[in-house]
Ligand binder design. Sequence first.
Ligand code: ADE
Length: 240
Amino acid sequence: MRIDYLTLFPEMFEGVLNQSILKRARDKGLLKTQTVNFRDYAHNKHNQVDDYPFGGGQGMVLKPEPIFNAMRQLDTTPQTRVILMTPQGQPFNQKRAESLARAEHLVFICGHYEGYDERIREALVTDEVSVGDYVLTGGELPAMVMTDAIVRLIPDVLGNHVSHEDDSFSSGLLEYPQYTRPRAFEGLEVPEVLLSGNHAHIEQWRHEQSLYRTYLKRPDLLENYPLTDEDKKILERYKR
Ligand code: ADE
């Protein structure tokens, strides 16, 4: 996968892209990244990237031409996903991460002012994405959050045999509780079933725990989850 970041603050990406899994993905050649400072493409007197809004009003608006010029230098294809970071965008979630992880080329446009000239949206952007219902000072942190969630899904990034099916949200439910050694820790025991070696029982227990957890912590997720009759019984029993 190739990822280009259009940003006024390329240094912000250095720590994140040069550590841990993202660094390993780059070292293994599974991920290529490039930051592009679109101020370099503002061919005006003071390399100005923003301007006052037509019609008046507060704040500044990102000018179209630095972004358009920077985009023209990128090696895009009709399949490139061009993602505008904005609190007005579609909510980022695991499903969107899975969809973007199948792309070969992503471009993140990270703004830092009140808004974008609408022609950027109209002519360049394929996806508008928000990382949550709060306003940040810029799109860089959201782009890094999305990068992390997307890149870990690329085959071989986390190792050959890691499956994402049990990740929280992948199945539509939260992940079940996990334990490791020791068996007893300061009087707290590991549930017996996990030590039983009975894989069918363990599977069943994990599925029930996922249902309980989701019901307690994120009941909104259950609204879109296809509960089986058996699941409904499990939850009824739990609620009682
Ligand atoms: N830029 C500012 N706030 C944002 C948010 N919540 N999501 C994505 N981009 C943003």
